[in-house]
Ligand binder design. Structure first.
Ligand SMILES: CC(C)(COP(=O)(O)OP(=O)(O)OC[C@H]1O[C@@H](n2cnc3c(N)ncnc32)[C@H](O)[C@@H]1OP(=O)(O)O)[C@@H](O)C(=O)NCCC(=O)NCCS
Length: 189
């Protein structure tokens, strides 16, 4: 059955198969699951400790108040399913750059949703915000994320050696960037 509540939410950035809508605290049930999904945490490369519901809620409430971040829920148009979170963060108005990150529920991987959601964010950052640079990073064991960045036209700009501790080993972190020239070359009309 379609999720009518989600389907009626504002379609801030509208794609073909999904739309991005401002994150609501009501979205946190899914988020609680994702923040405790061992595989997702491995890919994310972050804190591997289990998170209580209270801790997840507190973090989200901080994010929702933080003006340097824009968290958006990813909703499937067909079903209204809330399948992930995409966030623009570390917004620097003076330098005109920001970073972005994404997490998708495991059952929706490799269906093109990550790329479609990211494309909406990329256009928003370069066309609407008028920024000159978009950044991201991922650890070297996260092949899906590297493939996603590369297929979107991000350029590998550097490597932070032994930046992340993942399953008993220190691994490198890869820094990606897209500058306006890349954007115009890849997506310019
Ligand atoms: C990274 C992530 C968002 C990718 O989203 P996705 O919807 O599965 O990716 P898509 O289906 O849109 O695929 C995008 C591209 O990456 C490639 N790709 C995606 N997953 C892949 C995998 N497991 N192995 C190889 N290539 C993969 C696709 O083939 C596609 O390439 P193409 O456009 O050249 O055909 C998703 O795997 C995820 O949520 N991972 C966990 C959280 C995470 O790692 N976030 C990033 C942290 S930095």
């Amino acid at each position: 059955m379609a999720n009518e509540f989600n389907l009626n939410r504002p379609r801030f950035l509208d794609g073909e198969r999904l739309f991005l809508t401002p994150y609501l605290i009501e979205d946190m049930d899914k988020h609680f699951q994702w923040r405790n999904d061992y595989e997702l945490l491995f890919y994310d490369g972050g804190n591997i400790r289990p998170k209580t519901q209270v801790a997840v809620k507190e973090r989200l409430e901080r994010v929702l108040k933080d003006k340097s971040q824009i968290p958006l829920s990813i909703i499937l148009k067909e079903s209204g399913e809330h399948i992930g979170l995409i966030v623009i963060y570390a917004i620097d108005e003076r330098q005109r750059y920001c970073s972005w990150g994404i997490i998708l529920d495991s059952q929706y991987h490799q269906k093109g949703y990550g790329k479609q959601a990211a494309r909406l964010i990329i256009d928003y950052v370069f066309l609407d915000l008028g920024f000159q640079r978009l950044k991201s990073d991922t650890h070297e064991k996260n092949i899906p994320s590297q493939r996603l960045q590369e297929s979107l036209g991000f350029v590998k700009e550097g490597v932070l050696r032994n930046e992340k501790y993942i399953r008993g080993k220190y691994v490198n972190d890869i820094i990606y960037g897209m500058i306006r020239e890349d954007y115009d070359r890849n997506y310019g009309k």
